[in-house]
Design a protein around this ligand. Structure first.
Ligand code: AHM
Ligand code: MG
Length: 335
């Protein structure tokens, strides 16, 4: 019988790769795994909301119902708060960062930025959704409360990043800067098990993922790139397949494994782009690069952008290197 490696075993085994490791990052990753299982349970019950009561209503047990993204946000914050390795968090659900004020947490070395439930508009129609997380070492002195600068670090400084995909099965994919590994939740034993060791993304692919409804609102070069993707040229594998779930984690994950490009450009009506640099673009850019792909805002490497504010947005081109480079070469707005 094949040996099963659980996420727990794997993280412990990898701890020795970090010269500075004191076990805190290990515990933090375990906290994320536990919170993910809690969110997984709630996501799986999402369709029962009409029976159990919608947001603002009280269910049959007399409990007030909450939106799933708020439930996920709280589950992760609780895990980080009690874990003691994190001095503060910032998430898409909160206007400002949260600095934890108890003594153990204030001594925590890390900050976490996350999108608790990305693609949450897809929940009602039973489409895949995901959690995205990004971990940095704090800049401020341990023992003091976290400050804004701890959160405004460039993506290249991430210590670890990853995502949880709530799809036909639930997966946790992460990197600590030493390759990318994927774990699938076995619901019968409640453990994430190593299913996708050392993920390498194909250098090129045949999938392009973009909301084509936006093409008249963005750089005309991108419209030309979409036309290029649809052209019939079997020698280059075209036409490519258009695949757009509208759920970033799911679109990203598919392209990571199969090869492809995902684009969310800046548009006339969203001149800064739609996706958030700190909660979405940076962590997935870290994973993409670790798997051999690239991520840019159309002009520069995502991981080199110096963030100016927590909820900053940017254009996003991520995936197989040759495809992202081709799309960028066709853009007209070179500024
Ligand atoms: P959200 O963080 O509010 O869920 O928005 C992010 C989502 C991504 O998952 C997805 O790729 C994108 O928004 C879809 O946007 P659109 O519907 O404009 O194509
Ligand atoms: Mg989001």
């Amino acid at each position: 019988m094949a040996m099963i490696t659980t996420l727990n075993d794997f993280i412990l085994d990898r701890q020795k790769d970090f010269a500075y490791a004191t076990g805190e990052l290990t515990s933090l990753l375990n906290d994320i795994a536990v919170a993910s299982k809690i969110v997984n349970r709630d996501v799986n019950r999402a369709g029962l909301v009409d029976i159990l009561g919608a947001k603002g209503e009280t269910n049959v047990q007399g409990e007030e119902q909450q939106k799933l993204d708020v439930i996920a946000d709280e589950a992760f914050i609780r895990a980080f708060k009690t874990g003691g390795e994190v001095c503060g968090i910032a998430s898409e659900e909160n206007d400002d960062f949260v600095a934890f004020d108890d003594e153990t947490a204030m001594n925590g070395k890390y900050v976490v930025l996350f999108d608790p439930l990305d693609g949450s508009s897809n929940i009602d129609v039973n489409v895949s959704i995901g959690t995205i997380f990004s971990i940095y070492r704090r800049i401020s002195k341990p023992g003091t409360p976290a400050v804004l600068e701890d959160f405004l670090q460039k993506g290249a400084d991430q210590v670890a990043a990853g995502y949880v995909l709530f799809g036909s099965s639930t997966m946790l994919v992460y990197s600590t800067g030493n390759g990318v590994n994927g774990f699938t939740l076995d619901p019968s034993i409640g453990e994430f098990c190593l299913s996708h060791p050392d993920i390498k993304s194909p250098e090129t692919g045949r999938i392009y993922s973009i909301n084509e409804g936006n093409l008249d609102r963005c750089d005309p070069g991108l419209k030309e790139y979409a036309e290029y993707c649809r052209e019939d040229d079997p020698s280059t594998g075209r036409p490519y397949s258009g695949r757009y779930i509208g759920s970033l984690v799911a679109d990203f994950h598919r392209n990571l494994l199969k090869g492809g490009i995902y684009v969310y450009p800046t548009t006339n009506n969203c001149p800064e782009g739609r996706l958030r640099l700190l909660y979405e673009c940076n962590p997935l850019a870290f994973i993409a690069e670790q798997a051999g792909g690239i991520a840019t805002d159309g002009h520069q490497r995502i991981l080199d952008i110096e963030p100016k504010e927590l909820h900053e947005r940017c254009g996003y081109y991520v995936g197989s290197t040759t495809m992202v480079e081709k799309a960028m070469s066709m853009l007209k707005h070179k500024e």
